[in-house]
Design a binder for this molecule. Structure first.
Ligand code: SF4
Length: 344
């Protein structure tokens, strides 16, 4: 079975990615942050955020000592905010329970908030010279195609099968660290650059000779998509209280959708009977499990009537755009900012 790993390793050394900001280091913190940011997010989107995050929180201690507000602000726009909250909680756990040093035992890494088996394996392989098999979304796609595994890859039975393949193919069994690093990075690179979701570049693939999906013309049917579910749709009205160029933001509860971020107060569409309210452009935001249709209503107010409400803050538009806010709120603020500039 070493042929698969050999081909991936040789290809990675010649054609893989070698200059990403989190490569060429064994700093577990730097690798951990990159692995968390790269979950559900492409490299090109991550690079800018990563540089700013590492500059603002250069160490585990710096991250642990920051407020959740600061961490969320640095994450603002990347989405999936539980990743940022978990990263922050995990840094505090490392500070409090591991004397501020990233743990080296696999089980201890797995015990940190927000770190699953594949992420722990990647950190262990790249930072700690203790290679472990990985199985992230890109790798699942490569395995589903190359080894012709039908079924949605995240279904428990299919995932179990894939972990067995991951274990079987991983050169760590041979205790060869450098090869294991090249293999792990190679699998990630292959999934991200050649064995892509659409239009895979099979002609350039280092394992095309043994790829079952290619031989059986199944490349475009694998991996099996997630069984279709009707995603529920919800409606909400966001109230944008504005006074001059200042808007009111409200802190969301610490857990749940956009937990801990600043947003606008929301009401049910039916409950709105506001004077001085004028609708802005509607927008839709898609979460993994539902779609949210948002009707922003601009409410001009002559005084900051909500100023003493708990969990609220008034900020000018520039500061509000730079605060820890979710993407749709930023889009609304940017629209307001453009409108303000035009009328100035
Ligand atoms: S030959 Fe094509 S489908 Fe098969 S692993 Fe390579 S890129 Fe993916």
């Amino acid at each position: 079975m070493a042929a698969f790993a050999d081909a991936i390793i040789a290809w990675q050394r010649r054609h893989g990615r070698h200059d990403l900001p989190w490569q060429n280091t064994t700093d577990a913190y730097a690798i951990w942050v990159s692995e968390i940011m790269l979950q559900q997010t492409q490299v090109t989107a991550v690079i800018g955020y990563y540089a700013k995050f590492m500059q603002r929180f250069p160490s585990i201690t710096a991250l642990a000592s920051a407020s959740q507000e600061e961490v969320l602000q640095s994450w603002s726009g990347l989405g999936y905010y539980s990743r940022a909250r978990n990263l922050h909680n995990a840094a505090q756990k490392i500070r409090d329970e591991f004397s501020g040093v990233f743990p080296t035992q696999f089980d201890a890494i797995l015990s940190l908030p927000g770190i699953g088996k594949s992420t722990a394996a990647a950190i262990s392989t790249f930072a700690l010279h203790a290679p472990q098999p990985i199985l992230d979304g890109n790798v699942k796609r490569v395995f589903a195609r190359h080894f012709n595994i039908a079924g949605w890859p995240s279904a428990p039975a299919i995932e179990k099968k894939m972990w067995q393949i991951a274990q079987r193919e991983n050169p760590s069994a041979l205790n060869q660290n450098a090869r294991a690093i090249a293999y792990t990075q190679g699998l990630m690179d292959l999934g991200a650059t050649l064995c892509t979701r659409s239009k895979p570049k099979c002609a350039a693939c280092p394992v095309n000779a043994s790829c079952e999906a290619l031989a059986k013309k199944l490349v475009h049917t694998l991996p099996t998509p997630k069984p279709r579910q009707v995603i529920p749709e919800k409606n909400t009205t966001m109230l944008i209280f504005i006074n001059g160029d200042e808007v009111m933001l409200e802190k969301r509860p610490p857990v749940g959708i956009w937990g801990g971020l600043w947003s606008f107060p929301e009401v049910n569409n039916d409950d709105i009977h506001l004077q001085n309210a004028s609708p802005l452009t509607k927008l839709t935001h898609t979460f993994t499990h539902f779609k949210l249709h948002i009707q922003p209503q601009l409410v001009h107010t002559s005084k900051k009537s909500q100023a003493n409400e708990p969990h609220t803050i008034w900020l000018n538009l520039d500061d509000a755009i730079g605060a820890a806010i979710p993407t749709p709120v930023r889009k609304i603020l940017q629209e307001l900012h453009r409108a303000n500039k035009k009328s100035a």
